[in-house]
Design a protein around this ligand. Structure first.
Ligand SMILES: [Zn+2]
Ligand SMILES: [Zn+2]
Length: 186
């Protein structure tokens, strides 16, 4: 989930970068990554962004189901990395692009079904646009990062200051004191 958000928010420039970032996220890559993998990854991320931007729960579920259908494979146990048996929702021999598609489809379905259908969205800062999976305790995370949360807090604080100024103008203050309070805040 976080890998998908990371790749959407900062798209990889080439196959090598895609491979490196998947490896960093803990994926075990068993074959060289190709331009085809990059294409397939882009397609997976495009499909996923539609899930993120779905208008309501029904549409969101339908889009996830479409991805699951396309990724369909029976789950299987594997010890491919020699680090312990675990479950894969795919064939081990698939190229990275297909692995990513399955991983994103199944990961999204588990996340939404387990934590709540609304827990996938874009940052509340209008010009940020970053996608995140909400894993907060309350499920009401609004920002992609602390940085954006701070940005918005500062902005709201400023907006409130201007409102106060505007309302004080209508309280019969002399124009010079209004001017003073305006210039004082700049
Ligand atoms: Zn594995
Ligand atoms: Zn943000």
């Amino acid at each position: 989930m976080n890998l998908a958000a990371d790749l959407v928010n900062r798209p990889p420039a080439d196959a090598e970068e895609l491979a490196a970032r998947c490896r960093t996220a803990g994926l075990v890559l068993e074959r060289p990554t190709t331009a085809e993998d990059l294409d397939r990854a882009r397609y997976a991320l495009e499909s996923w962004e539609k899930v993120v931007d779905a208008a309501d729960e029904q549409e969101r579920a339908a889009l996830v189901n479409r991805m699951l259908e396309e990724a369909a494979a029976y789950p299987r146990m594997t010890d491919h990395a020699g680090s312990g048996w675990h479950l894969h929702y795919r064939d081990d021999r698939k190229p990275l692009g297909d692995v990513l598609f399955s991983l994103i489809a199944v990961g999204t379905a588990l996340h939404l079904a387990g934590r709540g259908m609304h827990r996938l969205r874009r940052c509340a800062v209008a010009e940020c646009d970053a996608v995140f999976a909400d894993t907060s305790r309350t499920g009401r995370q609004r920002y992609c990062s602390q940085l954006c949360a701070n940005r918005d807090a500062v902005r709201r604080h400023r907006a409130r200051g201007q409102e106060n100024e505007a309302s004080s103008m209508y309280k019969g203050k002399s124009s010079s004191s209004v001017r003073k309070s305006i210039t004082g805040s700049v």
